[in-house]
Design a protein around this ligand. Structure first.
Ligand code: DX5
Ligand code: ZN
Length: 220
């Protein structure tokens, strides 16, 4: 099912110039981005380390866009409050990152921020069937989490379709985001399958002109 409206674009600052992060965040707002995607990695749940709540807090004054914080960390519960206080508008956790997804989602809701759940490529969509009433966002990983610049896994298209049906059935207004290897070629695969949010690192920050890059993804 294809959305009639153009998808929301959430550039991932993982591909930005880390020495100029404030400017880089401001630049994508000016270029027409809808959300700022912030990838938090712990070197344990994923084999890479990025940044923590102090950086999120430092960036907050540089943008009025929603901060979409993607936590690739385990355990996650001890850090939820710090990210909410730092200015996260959405906190997305991994279904694989702990035994108590329901409890973690309760904790996120109690902090007054939107709750998201991400699924790694090997995780089935049914993992979310009992928590559909608690979530505002589902994030399908179309690469294995940990690094930018990887190739889009076409095997994930079927999962996006299944989740689109599950969301329709739930009756809840849940965003369906796809993250990893999104560019002008792969974006239509995600949106045709039902995604309404495209997360892109390299395809925005790796390009010379951010506005053209965002436009290309929106109209792909
Ligand atoms: C990967 C991150 C992604 C990443 C996407 O673990 O969750 O958000 O930055 O980068 P690209 O768009 O380059 O695949
Ligand atoms: Zn991400």
């Amino acid at each position: 099912m294809k959305e009639n409206t153009s998808p929301l674009i959430a550039p991932s600052i993982l591909a930005a110039d880390f020495a100029r992060l404030g400017e880089e965040v401001a630049a994508i707002e000016k270029a027409g981005a809808d959300w700022v995607h912030l990838d938090v990695m712990d070197g344990h749940f994923v084999p890479n380390i990025s940044f923590g709540p102090a950086i999120v807090k430092a960036l907050r004054p540089h943008s009025t866009l929603p901060f979409d914080v993607h936590l690739m960390i385990e355990p996650v519960d001890p850090y939820l409050e710090a990210f909410a206080k730092a200015g996260a508008d959405h906190i997305t956790i991994h279904a694989e990152a702990g035994p108590h997804l329901h409890r973690s989602l309760q904790a996120i809701k109690a902090l007054g921020v939107k709750a998201g759940v991400s699924l790694c490529p090997a995780t089935p969509p049914e993992m979310l069937s009992e928590v559909m009433d608690m979530i505002d966002l589902v994030l399908v990983m179309s690469v294995n989490p940990g690094f930018g610049g990887q190739k889009f896994l076409r095997s994930q298209v079927r999962k996006i379709k299944t989740l689109r049906s599950m969301i329709a059935e739930s009756g809840h207004p849940i965003h369906l985001a796809v993250d990893g290897g999104i560019d002008a070629e792969t974006a239509p695969l995600a949106t045709d399958a039902g995604a309404n949010v495209l997360i892109a690192g390299s395809a925005v920050y790796g390009r010379e002109n951010y506005a053209d890059a965002i436009k290309a993804l929106k109209s792909a």
